[in-house]
Design a protein around this ligand. Structure first.
Ligand SMILES: [Fe+2]
Length: 353
């Protein structure tokens, strides 16, 4: 199976994974043959891409890190603001992730549309944060507290005018200040709940603090920032960067990873970024890449060197281990093409997401 952007889909292609609508219902099932009409509808609804199954991608398997059912349940509970459900969902996310028998790798590409962004974003941030916690050897109770904080980090946005939250353009400074209040609002909502772990509340309150003290609400520096908040900050920014929004294109994974590495010790905690890098491949399985010799290829599997995966040439279907193949010793994956986004303005905007 391989990932293909919606612009590159053609009638006759076979879906390798189902496509869900915003309510979690199956829109198109696995093995559906795409038609011109389906492609147009997916495009109008804002889907960025789909997984297809074809001869070239035979044998490439891409696993979900948590079940689609749990993901949808999580998004619904965030939407409803149902804290009791969210507690159960946090337990289920931790237990599904701990059940994985091998190291977890987030290969799946984002198939979301940008409707209902906040709800799905919160579930993604919870999954990524929990995986970071697993790589940092957190015990199960801490993973639960962290996951719960990540699910609810933006719950306070419900107290802000939706016209500002969903504004498809850059915010004014006054609007930006209003949006920043969401961290305190989230804390207040959690604080009203009985038996909410103190570390979960602190994780939520400080998820926009930067290591250098330039964040909010309290401009905390380095070790003053609670560890759950540091992890959620990394997961939050990564997911915001790689998501398609009305005002920006999604960043390639490699670009988002570069951004996190560049912000290490300045915006982000270095240990949280390093743990994150263990779980997220620079080149995910099933994506198409261009190499420095001009050849195009699919990523088949990752190797010990994250920058040199095993790839399959699109021209002849031959697998090349970039880490070991002598003929490809001087060939690398070409740097991503520069997208029109400018990091500064996008960062400012997604800080509000
Ligand atoms: Fe936030």
């Amino acid at each position: 199976m391989r990932y293909i952007s919606i612009e590159k889909t053609k009638p006759g292609m076979i879906l390798g994974k189902e496509v869900f609508d915003d309510e979690g219902r199956i829109l198109l099932s696995v093995n559906t043959k795409l038609t011109k009409e389906y492609i147009t509808r997916l495009s109008i609804r804002g889907y960025q891409g789909v997984y297809i199954e074809d001869e070239l991608s035979r044998g490439i398997k891409i696993d979900e890190v948590i079940s689609v059912e749990l993901r949808n349940r999580g998004a619904q509970a965030v939407k409803d603001g149902n804290i009791d459900d969210l507690k159960t969902i946090a337990k289920d996310i931790v237990s599904q992730l701990l059940d994985k028998d091998k190291s977890i790798s987030i290969d799946i590409q984002d198939l979301r549309t940008y409707d209902n962004y906040t709800y799905k974003h919160s579930v993604n941030v919870a999954v990524i944060s929990t995986i970071i916690g697993i790589y940092l050897s957190y015990d199960e109770e801490s993973l639960y507290e962290l996951c719960l904080a990540a699910l609810m980090h933006d719950i306070g946005k419900t107290k802000i005018d939706p016209a500002i939250i969903n504004k498809p353009a850059r915010l004014t400074m006054a609007e930006y200040r209003l949006v920043q209040e969401h961290a305190r609002y989230s804390y207040d909502i959690l604080d009203q709940n009985w038996l909410m772990p103190a570390r979960t509340k602190q994780g939520v309150l400080h998820h926009h603090e930067n290591e250098d003290g330039t964040g909010y609400p309290d401009r905390l520096v380095g070790d003053e920032i609670p560890s759950y908040a540091k992890i959620i900050h990394v997961a939050d920014v990564y997911d915001a960067l790689t998501s398609k929004r009305p005002y920006k294109k999604p960043y390639a994974l490699s670009e988002a990873i570069e951004y996190l590495m560049g912000g290490s010790n300045v915006l982000f905690d270095r240990k949280a970024v390093e743990a994150f890098l263990e779980a997220v491949p620079v080149y995910a399985k099933g994506i198409e890449v261009t190499m420095t010799n001009g050849e195009k290829a699919l990523v088949v599997a990752n190797s010990s060197n994250p920058l040199r995966p095993i790839v399959r040439l699109i021209s002849n279907g031959k697998d090349i281990d970039l880490n070991n193949d002598k003929d490809y010793i001087s060939v690398t994956i070409a740097p991503h093409t520069v997208v029109e986004n400018d990091f500064t303005s996008v960062y400012e905007k997604f800080e509000c997401d």
